[in-house]
Write a protein that binds this ligand. Structure first.
Ligand SMILES: [Zn+2]
Length: 322
């Protein structure tokens, strides 16, 4: 068995000078959250205190749909009350705009006036229906409210649990277990083959995609796996391509329900694609000129990229324009 002593020296830290002051993650949808979470301020009565504050503003959901009034996703406590917010399901996101920010849900049977619009968050993000700051906060709000909706019972002893810590924990009154909101890491990668003078990237198509759309490959990180190993395993499983070096590019909160997309560029060591037909209906190599045409919407075969809110768009763009 190899020990750490037998490995060559790890790569040294190169300093910050080569890094752009603008993070690539900032260009992805749901990355604009400016809420000050103040996680040290999550006392047992934190939600009730925040709801009683006249400056409180609340993001509201019915199931997984966002409520807005004339495009504005923020409601006062009185407005939320009138719409039938379930007070016991409200969570404290943090502070912004001079007051507390919360998230809450209304019942499936609540009667909502016609001035209120209900939209799923993905459509709102693609359509640019609200600001980047609100989209980021709505991602936090949706992941948390969906976690509470799906994790009412203790995973250890099946007793009904109670919200604690402003909504960032559920406690079991029977066995004492504490449950925390999960974030599921997903690797999403653009494999690049630039061996022997080539200059191509690998994109795949899932059957559920819109016509013509091709995107990066992606998959959940498994327990006991590094990000780099997950990129290599998923690319081989989905496309039969062997990967060497892996370079992190950007991350994106993905609140469906609670993933963190970890975007990487991946060095292809082989070229023959063997698509996993249970996941992909097609996978192809595209030249850098084709990738630029795909982003511009001028590819001769009508191939399209995901929209700019998606991290896949930026992985492709960073390579195509690099
Ligand atoms: Zn329990």
């Amino acid at each position: 068995m190899r020990s750490f002593d037998e490995l060559p020296a790890p790569p040294p830290f190169r300093g910050f000078d080569g890094l752009s002051p603008i993070e690539a993650s900032a260009f992805t949808g749901f990355a604009g959250n400016r809420i000050d979470r103040r996680s040290e301020n999550r006392a047992a009565d934190a939600v009730a205190t925040a709801l009683a504050d006249a400056t409180a503003r609340i993001y509201l959901f019915r199931a997984d749909r966002v409520l807005t009034k004339s495009g504005d996703p923020l409601f006062t406590a009185a407005e939320a009350e009138a719409l039938g917010i379930r007070r016991e399901g409200a969570v404290l996101l943090g502070w912004a705009g001079g007051g507390p920010r919360l998230a809450g849900v209304i019942g499936d049977d609540a009667v909502v006036p016609e001035t209120i619009t209900e939209t799923d968050l993905r459509s709102l993000a693609v359509a640019g229906g609200t600001s980047a700051e609100h989209l980021g906060a709505l991602a936090q709000a949706r992941s948390l409210t969906q976690w509470h909706a799906r994790h009412r019972f203790c995973a250890n002893c099946a007793t009904e649990t109670a919200m604690a810590n402003g909504g960032y924990r559920r406690d079991c009154p029977s066995c004492g277990a504490e449950h925390f909101p999960r974030v599921d890491p997903v690797v999403i990668m653009l494999a690049i083959d630039n061996r022997e003078g080539g200059d191509n990237c690998l994109l795949g198509r899932q059957p559920r995609f819109l016509p013509g759309m091709y995107s990066c490959l992606a998959g959940f990180v498994e327990p006991g796996e590094t990000i780099e190993d997950a990129v290599r395993r998923e690319t081989f499983e989905e496309a039969g391509i062997r990967i060497g070096r892996v370079a992190y590019h950007a991350s994106q909160p993905w609140p469906f329900p609670s993933s963190l997309m970890i975007g990487c560029h991946a060095e292809a060591l082989t070229r023959d694609i063997i698509p996993d037909e249970t996941e992909l209906e097609d996978a192809r190599w595209f030249s850098r000129a084709e990738a630029r045409a795909i982003l511009a919407g001028t590819h001769p075969d009508g191939v399209r990229a995901p929209p700019p809110m998606a991290i896949a768009h930026h992985l492709i763009r960073a390579w195509a324009e690099g």
